[in-house]
Design a protein around this ligand. Structure first.
Ligand SMILES: [Fe+2]
Length: 334
């Protein structure tokens, strides 16, 4: 019960800045997550005066897979959708349709395992108005840096050396609050900024030592080789094999390096879930879809796939934009 109250407090920190008067709230969940997690989210919505519904679906195989039609109908007309199944569906038609209709969308992928989703929600209670304001400022600043840059170079002590072009692309700032109609804020906890890579531009080696969305964290580094924008090999034991199979079982565009992201949240701790890519000084590189709606409906990536995976690099990295170091060994330098 105590945990429920803490989780509800966390839910209210998510929902308070996002709900407006007379908004209805549609929560999307999956059956592999403790239903107390959804009950706590719903209790938060109700406490804030929102008409709240929960729609549960069977789990999706991977991040990026779509939702069944029953879920599309469930969210129809809702002011705010909180998408909180075990895999993100922010790259789905469900999301696109909702955004096109003027709705707002929050993504809270729920970690699997007893009590983990509830714990994550309870941890959101640290995000008060002051902290969210700070995170918005720094995230917008870094989004501008990405938008203005042409070339990004990521290096790390582990051996990462990856170059990619982001010329002409517009970065997205996710700081946890969907302020405008048709706005997506994916995902909680805040905050990150990311940009679509030019699809055939990435070259080099990525050594992943952090979380891989929807898959987990490997106990050994995963070495990914990239040529002309596509992954050509993945090495690093059983974990690497799982990632490789997931990409192979998707479609022919699932191996395209599609995104560069920067974590901007100095309050977030490593939890072995999707929140890890928000930690200040981390970076993440994505593969798969980067076309709308994955970064909002006005987004400008060109790759379509039924997969989207993020590979998180822990803060032992350096990021240079057009030769200027903007992230260095765990610190945001600008
Ligand atoms: Fe991503």
């Amino acid at each position: 019960m105590n945990n429920f109250i803490q989780a509800m407090a966390g839910a209210m920190c998510v929902l308070r800045p996002n709900l407006r008067r007379a908004d209805s709230l549609a929560i999307i969940g999956s059956t592999d997550i403790d239903d107390g997690f959804y009950a706590a989210l719903a209790a938060g919505g109700q406490a804030l005066g929102a008409e709240t519904t929960i729609g549960l679906m069977t789990p999706r195989l991977a991040f990026g897979r779509g939702a069944p039609d029953a879920i599309n109908r469930h969210v129809m007309g809702a002011g705010v959708v909180v998408a909180a199944p075990s895999t993100s569906i922010s790259h789905s038609e469900t999301c696109l349709t909702h955004l096109k209709a003027g709705g707002r969308w929050l993504s809270i992928p729920a970690p699997k395992g007893a009590g983990r989703a509830m714990d994550m929600l309870a941890n959101f209670a640290i995000y008060d108005e002051q902290r969210l304001k700070e995170l918005k400022e720094i995230t917008l600043r870094y989004a501008e840096l990405l938008t203005d840059a042409n070339t990004a170079v990521v290096t790390s002590e582990r051996g990462t050396e990856l170059t990619l072009s982001i010329t002409g692309r517009r970065a997205c700032a996710y700081y946890g609050i969907a302020e405008k109609e048709s706005e997506m804020q994916g995902s909680w906890p805040p905050s990150e900024t990311h940009i679509a890579a030019i699809e055939d531009s990435a070259e080099g080696v990525l050594v992943v030592d952090g979380y891989v969305t929807g898959v987990g964290t490997s106990d050994m580094p995963v070495k990914i080789t990239v040529r002309q924008g596509r992954i050509t090999s993945i090495e690093g034991g059983m974990f690497a094999k799982r990632v490789e199979k997931l990409i192979e079982d998707s479609d022919s565009n699932a191996n395209v390096i599609c995104e560069l992201g920067i974590g901007t949240n100095r309050f977030q701790k490593e939890e072995g879930n999707n929140g890890d890519k928000k930690i200040a000084g981390t970076a993440h590189v994505g593969v798969g879809i980067n076309a709308a709606p994955s970064f909002g409906i006005h987004y400008d990536g060109k790759n379509r796939s039924n997969l989207h995976l993020d590979f998180v690099l822990k803060p032992s990295l350096a990021l240079e934009l057009d030769g200027r170091r903007v992230v260095g060994f765990g610190r945001l330098l600008v």
